[in-house]
Design a protein around this ligand. Structure first.
Ligand SMILES: [Zn+2]
Length: 385
């Protein structure tokens, strides 16, 4: 059994609130904007969605948070879905799930994508196809339903309540996100680029090579000593923020090469996925680090202690929702290092925390409006957000 990473252990949100985030994620409901196979048979090939209706433009792709061109394989998957629509003379149907196909279209598409998956020779291509298909389906199913910025249903959009803030220019976050977490309403990684902008907190989707290349080009430019993954590498002695950043004059000169140079950009990778998915995502990063640098990816473990600025408690079951809170904790710990203490990191951490509370409130309001049960304790906690 793997130990959980310390960065996934504490959060400004309470257990009940986190449970709520997870529950809300499961919610689905019929939506009038969804395309219904039963209601909308394709009359002829020209009226099907194959000639541009379902295609994803660069603007749409980037509005969802990505900074790359539209991934070629996502486009390919969408073209295949369009072809299937033509062949079946039926529109694809996502129903209330907004990410999973349903009905007869789903049955046929399952057959088709399984055959395609089997036909792909190497595991890298298979992974890229898996990711592209997940993302294409989530994107098409969420179109017209979710706000592109906050990934909440449009009627629950929280964008106007998010306060923007500049992240210190020497820090860049990379949200390395599993495709299954893309466009999730309760995903917290998204609040980082909502608050700081997508050049300071950048989305990188696992298995989407266009985004992974952008990330790795930045890492190569920065050099290994300026890249850290917030994840406890079980094969190495965990490095704390102190270990990584405190300049120790007693160290031998060679080791100074491993310390951050003044003015260098510091890149922090946050894994945004379930615990089991995070392991696979970490392994992929590690494999790439071996190829690029011939060495492990440097990892940082956050302190398990309670942060002084938040009323934090250990949270044993919140690993799906902790990504933004891990960034809060990292900024808190960096703030304690004298060299970094005068760059407003505490205020930047508070900005993330405030955005998390806005997210929780939006999700809670939605749940209550939809008549989902919510215990008195949950309501009490939610009132503090
Ligand atoms: Zn919004």
């Amino acid at each position: 059994m793997l130990s959980r990473p310390l960065c996934f252990k504490a959060c400004p949100l309470h257990t009940e609130q986190l449970k709520l985030l997870t529950q809300i994620n499961m919610d689905s409901r019929p939506v009038s904007a969804s395309r219904s196979a039963a209601d909308s048979p394709v009359q002829d090939s020209r009226s099907s969605s194959c000639n541009g209706d379902a295609a994803v433009s660069l603007q749409e792709w980037q509005n969802w948070g990505a900074i790359s061109p539209v991934p070629a394989m996502v486009t390919e998957v969408i073209e295949d879905l369009n072809l299937l629509e033509k062949d079946m003379n039926t529109l694809m149907d996502f129903g209330g799930n907004h990410g999973s196909l349903r009905g007869n279209f789903k049955v046929q598409e399952d057959k088709k994508h399984r055959a395609k998956f089997q036909s792909l020779g190497d595991s890298e291509k298979k992974l890229q196809f898996f990711s592209a298909r997940q993302i294409a389906c989530r994107l098409l199913g969420s179109r017209g339903y979710l706000c592109q910025k906050c990934w909440l249903p449009m009627e629950d959009c929280m964008c106007s309540r998010i306060k923007h803030c500049s992240l210190w220019h020497r820090i860049r976050f990379w949200l390395y996100m599993h495709p299954k977490d893309f466009l999730r309403q309760n995903n917290t990684g998204k609040v980082l680029w909502q608050v700081f902008g997508n050049q300071a907190a950048t989305l990188c989707l696992y298995g989407i090579s266009e985004l992974e290349e952008i990330m790795w080009d930045s890492f190569k430019l920065a050099g290994r000593r300026n890249v850290w993954c917030l994840y406890p590498n079980k094969n190495a002695v965990p490095m704390s923020v102190q270990d990584a950043f405190v300049q120790d004059s007693s160290r031998c000169p060679e080791s100074e090469n491993n310390l951050v140079k003044r003015d260098d950009m510091m890149n922090f990778i946050l894994l945004d996925g379930t615990w089991s998915n995070s392991q696979a995502m970490f392994n992929r990063l590690q494999d790439r680090a071996e190829v690029v640098w011939g060495e492990d990816l440097p990892c940082i473990s956050l302190n398990a202690g309670v942060s002084s600025m938040h009323k934090l408690r250990p949270q044993p079951s919140w690993d799906r929702t902790c990504t933004a809170a891990a960034a809060v904790r990292l900024l808190d710990e960096l703030e304690l290092i004298p060299e970094f203490s005068s760059h407003g990191l505490r205020n930047q951490a508070i900005a993330i925390k405030d955005a998390l509370e806005v997210l929780l409130e939006a999700l809670t309001t939605r749940r209550l409006r939809m008549g989902r049960s919510i215990s008195r304790k949950e309501r009490h906690n939610a009132s503090f957000c």
